[in-house]
Ligand binder design. Structure first.
Ligand code: UDX
Length: 429
């Protein structure tokens, strides 16, 4: 198939590369000339495992190219995917101005039948608006179809998630675009569920909010575990073995973050409000998440008392493992709170230090994770990078002024840490 993808962020770039990998011809379009130039020169705007090789291989094979021009993308393709940002507005509702602009650009460039597919996360009923806009701005008066095809990839696992999805959701207004969508996705060998457009749009917000709810649920359970002497990991294991519940997304933490969950939760609450429903359950999910961070900071201050002038080591800055993304990162939020209390921070992240510098200037960046604790009053784990499990704990304990470790991700075994001589405080254990 001939495909263009408008917007070369996480979703657009990974989708384009994976479509090319299975044999489609893909033009990835972005309005940022610097980003397009970087990609054309073989560079990567983001860190995502396996992506660089995938892009290079498909560019070399002539199946993937990059452009600044929506017109070029539209001319060279039969199916156009929209994958532009849908950021939050101050009141929590979604800024759809990028979608609207792209819809107008596509409309202006169309000279033959096209299928326009929305991949960005959008409020229910957006597809209708996109269709109206295209109809209004398409001077050539050609036929077109719209579809909704939400993306469920996780950062850090994006290529794997895209190549082996659990399901593919395709929302349509008429049967006409279904065959083309099935052809695009046939190589991925995943179940395809065809729905109306509104349902497809709702699936995305409903799924993300449910996953966030799952995390807040286990975080609330972690509070009960701490109060009662139970272990949240054992509780999660026992719950998760029930196939109706499942173990994934039951890892208690200092809270969820990232560019999706906080934004999508806020948006879904707003969308519900506009549809006349007060989604109190999701407001509580937000409240529990905020509490979780506050409780973690309290754990630190309860132990260390005054933070002013204390040296603290922080392992992890990304919002989760396997990514250099620090947007809405709980780790960064934690650092800001500790700095506000007057702490002096030494920090490390395997991939995110470059991006963190812009939002966290007043800390010392340390290249070796084993050196972060040097001269510190305590060490804090804020991101679940698997490499942190390989820390030289003996060395870390010796170079800490006091052997105190706060683990916001439950990476270590409580008994082992105590046997090593640490005062070890984790979440819900
Ligand atoms: C999420 C959705 O998973 C994905 O389907 C959607 O397309 C985009 O939003 P992502 O934001 O990349 O993906 O990260 P995810 O792996 O879902 O983690 C989100 C946050 O929750 C991270 O801060 C992570 O550390 C935290 N988390 C996750 C927990 O605290 N506990 C868990 O059990 C799982």
């Amino acid at each position: 198939m001939k495909i263009s993808i408008i917007g070369t962020g996480y979703v657009g770039l990974v989708t384009g590369a994976c479509f090319a990998e299975v044999g489609h011809h893909v033009v990835c379009v972005d309005s940022d000339p610097a980003k397009v130039a970087l990609l054309q020169a073989g560079g990567m705007p983001i860190y995502e495992p396996d992506l660089e090789d995938l892009v290079a291989r498909n560019v070399a094979a002539g199946r993937l190219c990059f452009s600044n021009s929506t017109v070029e993308g539209v001319e060279k393709s039969d199916v156009i995917f929209i994958a532009v940002p849908t950021p939050p507005l101050p009141d929590g509702s979604v800024d759809l101005s990028f979608i609207e602009r792209v819809a107008r650009e596509i409309a202006g460039a169309m000279t033959s039948y096209k299928i326009i597919v929305d991949k960005s996360t959008v409020p229910v009923n957006t597809g209708e608006k996109v269709a109206e806009t295209i109809k209004r701005y398409c001077k050539a008066r050609v036929e077109f179809d719209i579809a909704s095809n939400p993306e469920f990839l996780r950062e850090g696992f994006a290529v794997g998630d895209l190549m082996k999805p659990d399901r593919i959701v395709v929302g349509v207004r008429s049967p006409r675009p279904v065959a083309a969508m099935k052809e695009i996705y046939a190589p991925f060998q995943a179940p395809i569920i065809v729905t109306d457009i509104n349902s497809a749009e709702l699936i995305k917000h409903a799924a993300n909010s449910f996953l966030a709810l799952k995390i807040s649920y286990i975080n609330a359970i972690s509070v009960l575990c701490e109060a009662s002497g139970a272990n949240v990991q054992e509780v999660a294991n026992g719950m998760g073995m029930d196939a109706r519940i499942g173990r994934r997304f039951l890892d208690a933490s200092l809270g969820f973050g990232g560019s999706c969950f906080p934004k999508d939760l806020g948006a879904f609450i707003k969308i519900s409000e506009q549809l006349g429903y007060d989604f109190r359950l999701l407001r509580e999910v937000q409240a529990i998440n905020a509490d979780q961070m506050a409780r973690f900071v309290k754990k630190i201050t309860d132990t260390l008392w005054v933070l002013k002038g204390k040296r603290l080591g922080v392992l992890g800055l990304a919002f989760k493992q396997n990514t250099d993304d620090v947007r809405q990162s709980p780790a960064i939020e934690l650092c800001h709170r500790l700095l506000r209390e007057g702490a002096i921070l030494r920090v490390h992240d395997p991939k995110a230090m470059g991006k963190a510098r812009a939002v966290l200037p007043d800390v010392t960046y340390v290249d070796d994770m084993n050196e972060v604790a040097e001269g510190c009053d305590a060490l804090i784990v804020a991101t679940e990078w698997p490499e942190f499990k390989q820390l030289d704990l003996e060395r870390v304990r010796k170079c800490l002024t006091h052997p105190i470790l706060f683990d916001g991700r439950n990476l270590f075994d409580v008994r082992e840490m105590e046997a090593l001589g640490f005062i070890y405080k984790s979440i819900g254990r």
